[in-house]
Write a protein of this length. Structure first.
Length: 397
């Protein structure tokens, strides 16, 4: 099964970053198993959107931004949407990259101590640089399969250590409930899983691996297995955090310290390895997605080894290491990125649903009626998520 995994693994690794780990930790600590259903919902929504994106990439052999440029004929609308995509993905990923590297740094501190903490961002940046500079999709795929499996085992083993009550777990997973003050956490769980840049990344990556429409079933299976693996990681983190009685925990390494007296140093090491894997994978996929988006927006048709492609991910990676190493928090840039991402998700969800229904683009591979029903529900969800993101930034929520 693992030999057949492909681009979906990179997508799963991209949404299981430090932000997702933190959101799941807080959900478990504050609400126990009660919000597991929200994570299950977000995994289903992610699979539906990512399957559409992968199908579009294989059928058209183009990136999502390329198809947008092709199908939006009004130059004002087309240029506005492309400018929004560029702003949200390029600037957003640059401002969030420090958080990705910071998450991996926390994992290294748990595993190797804090004596050399100041060097960890440079080590991680160097590792990400080497993997991206190799310019080999096959090499990236193999590395990510290993990292995602390590991450999955780490968090799942931690969840098993806590010996959860299976009846309560199943109830939380299958019976929706909204605890008091839980609505924002629900939105956070879904919002950190349904990620706009993954739609662009997936459409671009599938055309690197598969060239024939006969491979659509392979791509669908790859997407399903990978997203389920990613969902298992998120659910395991919530389960692990639910075992903690203290409300003082605010991140995954705080959870590791809280679990250590109960379950020994194994919890610390399992969570340290998991956090390292979550951080380093997101540190690589964020610059990679930005480079693919720039490639499509500017019509470069550049390969992984082209100078222009490499320059984009180098800039994103450098800014992440720079901001983290010098303790700089570009608050205004991050706010701008949050607003643009809040606008981008519903717009891209609408466009994606529209374009995968166009016979001129998809032919016989267009959406079925059931896919459209689920797609419309996800669009409504994306509007709520986008509105929440924007309202949070401007201080209303």
């Amino acid at each position: 099964m693992f030999k057949k995994l492909g681009p979906g693994v990179l997508v799963a690794a991209a949404f299981i970053g430090p932000g997702t780990v933190t959101a799941c930790t807080l959900a478990g600590v504050e609400f126990g198993f009660n919000l597991l259903w929200a994570m299950l919902l977000s995994i289903i929504a992610t699979f539906i959107l990512q399957e559409m994106s992968a199908r579009l990439g294989i059928v058209t052999q183009k990136g999502l931004a390329d198809v947008i440029k092709q199908e939006l004929h009004n130059p004002i609308i087309r240029n506005s949407v492309i400018a929004l995509i560029f702003s949200a993905i390029i600037i957003g990923n640059a401002s969030y990259e420090a958080g990705n590297i910071g998450g991996a740094t926390l994992g290294m501190e748990a595993l190797f101590g804090t004596n050399y903490s100041s060097l960890y961002p440079f080590v991680l940046g160097g590792l990400a640089f080497v993997l991206l500079y190799l310019g080999s999709y096959k090499a990236l795929e193999k590395v990510f399969i290993v990292l995602v499996l390590i991450m999955s085992l780490s968090f799942v083993m931690t969840a098993i250590l806590t010996k959860p009550n299976m009846w309560e777990l199943l109830k939380g997973l299958l019976v929706p409930s909204v605890p008091k003050n839980g609505i924002l956490t629900i939105i956070a769980l879904v919002g950190t899983t349904v990620v706009p840049y993954n739609l662009f990344l997936h459409a671009a990556l599938v055309s690197e691996k598969w060239k024939s429409k006969d491979d659509l079933n392979l791509a669908k299976r790859d997407t399903m297995v990978s997203i389920i693996l990613g969902g298992l990681v998120s659910i395991s983190i919530i389960i692990s955090a639910a075992a903690i009685n203290s409300l003082e925990v605010n991140n995954v390494m705080g959870m590791a310290k809280a679990l250590e007296p109960l379950y020994g140093s194994a919890a610390l090491y399992f969570l340290g390895i998991g956090m390292f894997a979550a951080g380093i994978t997101s540190s690589i996929t964020a610059p990679l997605a930005a480079a693919y988006v720039a490639n499509s927006c500017f019509g470069w048709n550049a390969g992984l080894k082209d100078f222009k492609f490499r320059m984009i991910w180098m800039v994103i990676l450098f800014l992440g290491v720079f901001f983290l190493s010098f303790g700089i928090k570009p608050i205004e840039i991050i706010k701008f990125a949050q607003i643009t991402n809040g606008l981008l998700l519903p717009i891209i969800a609408v466009f994606l649903l529209w374009v995968v229904n166009r016979v001129g683009v998809m032919g016989k591979y267009k959406n079925t009626w059931s896919q459209n029903v689920f797609g419309l529900l996800i669009i409504l969800l994306s509007v709520v998520l986008g509105a929440k993101s924007i309202l949070t930034v401007i201080g209303i929520m």
